[in-house]
Design a protein around this ligand. Structure first.
Ligand SMILES: [Zn+2]
Length: 388
């Protein structure tokens, strides 16, 4: 039997099925002693890219031989991975219909079928199956993760929070920061519906779940700003420093606006100075330079930037310095400076501002859930010479 499989392998490679098929072939090798000749007929159909005929053969075989359940599971999963979801559903549904299946095998088939439905976008059907599987000791965790995925896709945040709570208890995994993000999603929704009391409630719940939730502070600050309650906005925005200073660049501009409205610019520059001493972010430096330019002129601003650039090299800082220098340059230096300025501007124009620490996805918008790897809280402003 094994020899025959090895003979078949080059054919499989040629038909482009090799990589995905390998696990299936290995599994079939293990149960080779119990295989009937029909199995090879099915395998032949597969290798000849006639999957429907192959499925017919395999499905008939289940009746005869319940030892081949594993193989059917592998085959179904294989079809799903290839995007042939209907074929996967057919295999798994047939498997589940077998009366002689033991509970463990049946549950495994249900889990696979649920994943097929998920792939096909049939979320309701997938949800029903995974809810059944919560009762299976062996598959409970997987069922919870799948349910979480469904509720996130449906934006059903209440249910997502319930499942995350249970999942955290069963797995011991800390999901506080994810639950806080769900609360923030709820807050966003309430805000769009102009339900202010509910928005505030959801923000507080987010902060209870995760006191380090930057998003909740930004939301709270935004709301206060909108209501022109500047002291409250300042309080919320300033919280970000304790929560995660990597996000400070997000609050500098709104904070400046608040202090301007309160005519407390001296307090704002004090705060900027504190940040400059504590962190390496470039946004506080540039805002400070702009204020110096307004209050004391170009030369003061340029001197300040030069001093700061020694401490923290930065393309954005250099870009700003060149802008200041351009205003004061004579003809010849002007051309040279303009060339440099073009270069820095171009560098910055094509630069992503945010990056996911989990998968490396970059972009110009701050997403709280990574569009690529779907992790929460992993996207931050890029730090370093060509970033923040
Ligand atoms: Zn990511």
């Amino acid at each position: 039997m094994n020899e025959l499989l090895w003979l078949l392998l080059p054919v499989a490679a040629a038909s482009g099925w090799l990589a995905a098929r390998h696990s299936l072939l290995t599994k079939m090798g293990h149960i080779s002693n119990t295989l009937s000749p029909d199995y090879f007929r099915g395998l032949n159909y597969l290798l000849n890219e006639q999957p429907d005929k192959a499925i017919d053969v395999f499905i008939k075989l289940i009746d005869v031989d319940s030892d081949t359940v594993e193989t059917h599971l592998a085959l179904g999963a294989l079809f799903r991975r290839r995007g042939e979801v209907n074929r996967a559903i057919r295999i798994h549904q047939n498997l589940i219909a077998r009366p002689n299946l033991i509970a463990e095998q049946r549950n495994q088939a249900l889990l696979e079928l649920g994943q097929d439905y998920l792939c096909a976008g049939l979320l309701d059907r997938a949800e029903d199956l995974f809810l059944q599987l919560i009762n299976s000791q062996a598959l409970r965790l997987q069922a919870y993760y799948q349910l979480l995925d469904i509720y996130q896709q449906e934006h059903d945040w209440d249910k997502a929070i319930q499942i995350a709570d249970k999942l955290a208890r069963v797995s011991g995994e800390s999901l506080h920061h994810v639950i806080a993000q769900y609360r923030c999603e709820q807050a966003d929704t309430w805000r769009q519906q102009q339900q202010l009391a509910l928005t505030h409630q959801a923000i507080q719940q987010a902060l209870q779940a995760d006191p380090a939730c930057v998003r909740a502070s930004l939301l709270e600050g935004d709301l206060a700003l909108q209501a022109e309650d500047y002291p409250a906005a300042i309080q919320a925005f300033k919280r970000v420093e304790q929560q995660d200073p990597d996000y400070l660049s997000e609050v500098i501009e709104p904070l400046q606006h608040c202090y301007e409205q309160l005519q407390q610019m001296a307090q704002f520059t004090d705060y900027l100075n504190t940040l400059l001493k504590r962190y390496n972010g470039i946004t506080p430096m540039l805002v400070m330079a702009k204020i110096l330019k307004q209050q004391q002129g170009d030369q003061e601003a340029a001197d300040f930037i030069v001093k700061q650039l020694h401490r923290r090299p930065s393309i954005r800082g250099l870009d700003h310095l060149l802008e200041l220098a351009l205003m004061r340059a004579g003809h010849i230096t002007y051309d040279h400076l303009l060339l440099l300025k073009d270069m820095t501007s171009q560098l910055l124009r094509n630069k992503p501002i945010y990056k996911c620490s989990h998968c490396g996805f970059t972009g110009k918008t701050l997403h709280w859930q990574c569009p690529s790897c779907k992790q929460w809280n992993t996207i931050k402003p890029i730090q370093g010479i060509d970033g923040e």
